[in-house]
Structures are given as structure tokens and as C-alpha cells.
Design a protein around this ligand. Structure first.
Ligand SMILES: [Zn+2]
Length: 278
């Protein structure tokens, strides 16, 4: 199985942290990588207004679209209206899942219109909180959007006429299969940026522009094998979440950590009795 890593930037709004967004662009330019970006058509989420609105926002997005960056519609207002988990059960909150078809279709069509009025044609949907349901998918195809940046499988797949491009990573990491690293520019620190830069430098051959990945990789049909991959990912995620809430485990992981992989292995073994102690 081929390993490919692509990148996506979430929460792109006129009020985002401009300096950070520019730093991403500079890094991606250095390595000639073009990411997918999720633009909120009509942001009403105060958490995404970290700076005064950028007057030239839509011109910037248009410029990036012309440069080959892929533009996704990141919800409509980015306001969570309920506690539905949606199809992926990624989070217990949603802007879309749990809402009737007509209303969802209306939100998507209005979002598309706003973006079109600025010359932007979103070909992807990026659900806020990764939450969407069957009505969202029907509403997307009714509005001519056939790609979703989400899914837990090892490869992109097609289900109900929609292509799902897996996105399970929140930090740059090498992983089996085809995956997307989901990054939120508003929250990034200097260390995050230098980690990203050194990650790409070290793994440049695995990192690909989002547009190149979608033209190179044909999604497979959704079947039992894909369903099993997604279920496995969900179980692992739940397991990790449980462990992260366990103090003894956290203590063990901290004490036995090392940058050096071999040393880390020995430290993990050495400190193992710590976990068994009552
Ligand atoms: Zn978001």
C-alpha cells in the first residue's frame, strides 16, 4: 500500500491569525506543496475571529485557488447547533448532522453562492467538527459537491456517490496509507511551525499536494474491508482517549519517553512495573 501525506488548513476566515496563515504559505511554497484549505463562507463563530477582519480576504483566497490550492467549504456559519455525532462519531457537536435535509441543502447552497460571488468554486466539503449525516451527503450531491475531506479508512473511498478522502491526523506523522494532516492556523506556535518544517524536510517524498493526490489516487468502492478499517480506527481512538485520562499511564509515558527510538523502547520496558503497581 502506498503511503501519501497531504495537508489541510481548517478555519480559514477573514478574522484568522494572518501571520500564522502567511507562515504556512511560506513553508508550503518552500517545499512546493499545495494544501487543501477550509474556508467558512459566512463565519459567525467568535472563536474564529481572532483578529480584525482582513479586507482583502477573498482576494487572497482567489489568489491561492489560482495558485493550485484546493478550496473546501468549511460548513456554513461554523456554529454548532446540536449534539449530534453524525456518521463518523468524531465529536458530540455539529453544525449539520441532525438537521433536516431541506435546511442543510439551503445552508450548503447559500454557502456556495457566497463563495461563488467571490470567484471561489469549492469542490470539497469540510464539515466543522468532522460531523455530518446522510442528509448532509444528499444535500452535497444535490448542490454539485462530490468530495468530503474526512474518513477513517486507509485509502480514499466512494460511498453514496461521494468521495471520502481520509483525514485522521492532527499532527504531522508518518502513517500507513493515504492520510491528511488537519491543522488549525489560529492555534499554532513557533514550535509547531518548526516541527512541520522538519517533518516535511525529512519526509518530503511522502508529502504531496492535495490536488496531485486526488488526480493520482482513484477512490475504491466502500465495502466491508473499508468499514472494518474505519471501525478499527474508531476503537483505537476511543482506547487512546481512555488512556489519556489515566494518570498512571500518563506518568509512565512521561517517565519512559525518549527522542531516541531505541532508548525509548528500553525505557518503556524498564518502567513497565510502574504500571502494574497498585
Ligand atoms: Zn473548524
Amino acid at each position: 500500500m502506498k503511503n501519501i501525506i497531504t495537508f489541510r488548513l481548517d478555519d480559514i476566515t477573514p478574522g484568522l491569525r494572518k501571520e500564522n496563515f502567511k507562515r504556512f504559505e511560506a513553508i508550503f511554497d518552500t517545499f512546493d506543496i499545495k494544501p487543501l484549505i477550509g474556508v467558512v463562507p459566512q463565519n459567525e463563530d467568535p472563536k474564529l475571529m481572532v483578529e480584525p477582519a482582513n479586507e482583502g480576504f477573498w482576494d487572497d483566497i482567489l489568489r491561492l485557488q489560482e495558485k493550485g490550492w484546493i478550496i473546501a467549504m468549511h460548513g456554513y456559519r461554523h456554529v454548532y447547533s446540536n449534539e449530534c455525532e453524525g456518521i463518523l462519531k468524531a465529536n458530540p457537536f455539529s453544525e449539520f448532522a441532525g438537521i433536516g435535509y431541506e435546511e442543510q441543502s439551503d445552508m450548503i447552497s447559500r454557502g456556495k453562492e457566497i463563495m461563488a460571488s467571490h470567484g471561489i468554486k469549492p469542490t470539497f466539503f469540510m464539515a466543522p467538527g468532522h460531523t455530518f449525516d446522510e442528509n448532509t451527503l444528499r444535500a452535497l450531491t444535490a448542490n454539485g459537491i462530490y468530495n468530503v475531506t474526512d474518513g477513517y479508512a486507509l485509502v480514499p473511498y466512494t460511498r453514496d456517490r461521494i468521495n471520502f478522502y481520509p483525514c485522521t491526523l492532527s499532527d504531522p506523522k508518518v502513517k500507513r496509507g493515504i492520510d491528511t494532516v488537519c491543522m488549525h492556523p489560529n492555534n499554532w506556535s513557533d514550535d509547531d511551525f518548526s516541527d512541520l518544517e522538519s517533518f516535511i524536510r525529512k519526509n518530503r517524498s511522502l508529502c504531496m499536494s492535495f490536488g496531485d493526490m486526488i488526480s493520482e489516487v482513484k477512490p475504491v468502492e466502500y465495502d466491508d474491508a473499508i468499514a472494518k478499517q474505519e471501525e478499527r480506527h474508531r476503537r483505537n481512538k476511543a482506547e487512546k482517549q481512555k488512556l489519556s485520562q489515566n494518570d498512571k499511564m500518563q506518568d509512565y509515558l512521561k517517565k519512559s519517553y525518549s527522542e531516541n527510538k531505541i532508548l525509548k523502547f528500553f525505557k518503556r520496558c524498564f518502567y513497565l512495573p510502574m504500571l502494574l503497581k497498585k
